[in-house]
Design a protein around this ligand. Structure first.
Ligand code: GDP
Ligand code: MG
Length: 360
């Protein structure tokens, strides 16, 4: 819809030009000519009124693309060591080192490698988070680290994680964990994974397998290298200039500072002072903090940042978009809230209808 004119929108939606103009007036927007391109925010508002599906597609023409770090999610069966592995990896991250070992859960952390490369790790293990984010259109994860306990082997949630990754078309790096325990049998895990159709590197495939212990920290460096190698093969790039798009990975309310949102920038650069709409909330960015808790002026692709300045609390998976003015931000937030409410009512009504028919 970016840059669409009213004439084009009328053609695309089947509404008359004058009815679209009336809607614009209702929204409080003035457009001089039906041949003027509409801003993307106005287009979204109009489509919400019309009940037409809308997706923000930002043209990448002429944009500058740069390499960006990979965003990684840890998945696996319960008790196989996801949380322990995250803790162990977090300790290698700069946040832990520089803040004297204090580890705060912010939804994401960054591992800085000696080579200068870095890896962004989502700090929420589990499939629910992954699915919820995906369901909301937030394809933030580039790589899944599949944790399998060396003593327990492939279990139901291991398979579930594999199918999640497959559906999302996200490559897997396998971490065979608990290799320190006497009952560890990494070979058996390899055979099991191979039998489930995972094309392991040792068998000529391209899925890397690393033996680790979250407890003794053995193999962590190899795991980080494997993730980096996988990222290199994917040649991950992002538009580094232009309007920012980001996704919420965690949102919490701080007594003094209000709603705080950890977001990962997908493309563009987020800048302090900008007006943003996050899901159906809005605000003006008062502070951007990096994962060390230090204020920074901007956030770049694959960087987790903490944003302060929202009026309300958004949800994980919500998108962060930048708009031109406070008025726009309010308008879009209101429009989205109304649409959410409408969808909620529709769903409730549908449920009642279904219950009705099931009773009769
Ligand atoms: P999660 O459910 O996948 O998050 O698993 P946890 O990280 O909570 O770990 C489950 C249990 O396994 C805990 O008691 C951990 O201390 C233990 N554990 C995790 N990783 C290792 C490991 O590498 N070696 C050993 N020996 N125990 C581990
Ligand atoms: Mg856990």
């Amino acid at each position: 819809f970016e840059g669409m004119t009213i004439v084009e929108l009328a053609k695309a939606t089947g509404y008359s030009i004058s009815s679209l103009q009336d809607m614009l007036v209702n929204i409080g927007e003035k457009v001089d000519s039906e041949f003027d391109p509409l801003s993307i925010d106005i287009a979204e508002l109009l489509t919400m009124e019309l009940g037409v599906n809308f997706r923000r597609l930002i043209s990448d023409e002429g944009a500058v693309f740069q390499h960006r770090p990979a965003v990684v999610t840890v998945m696996g069966h319960v008790d196989h060591g996801k949380t322990s592995l995250l803790d162990a990896l977090r300790q290698t991250s700069i946040a832990a080192k520089e803040a004297g070992g204090i580890t705060q859960h912010l939804g994401a952390f960054v591992i800085n490698m000696p080579s200068g490369a870095s890896i962004t790790v989502l700090d929420t293990p589990g499939h629910a988070a992954f699915s919820a984010m995906r369901a909301r259109g937030a394809a933030v994860t580039d790589i899944v680290v599949l944790v399998v306990a060396a003593d327990d082997g492939v279990m139901p949630q291991t398979l579930e994680a594999m199918s999640h990754a497959r559906e999302a078309n996200v490559p897997i790096v396998v971490a065979i964990n608990k290799c320190d325990v006497p009952a560890a049998d990494p070979e058996r895990v390899r055979v099991q994974l191979g039998a489930e159709g995972l094309l392991l590197e040792d068998l000529g495939g391209d899925v890397q397998v690393v033996e680790v212990s979250a407890k003794t920290r053995a193999g962590l460096d190899k795991l980080e290298e494997a993730i980096l190698l996988q990222a290199e093969m994917m040649d991950l790039k992002a538009r580094s200039d232009g309007p920012c798009q980001a996704y919420v990975v965690e949102a919490r309310l701080d007594r003094g500072r209000g709603p705080l949102v950890t977001a990962i920038v997908k493309s563009g650069t987020l800048i302090c002072g900008q007006y943003i709409v996050v899901g159906s909330e809005w605000g003006r960015i008062r502070f951007i903090r990096n994962m060390l808790g230090r204020a920074t002026a901007s956030g770049r692709p694959a960087m987790p940042v903490e944003i302060e300045g929202l009026k309300g609390l958004p949800m994980a998976g919500d998108d962060v978009i930048v708009v031109d003015s406070e008025e726009r931000a309010r308008m879009l937030s209101n429009g989205r809230k109304k649409k959410l409410e409408k969808d909620r009512l529709l769903k409730a009504r549908r449920r009642i209808e279904i219950e009705d028919t099931s009773e009769s």
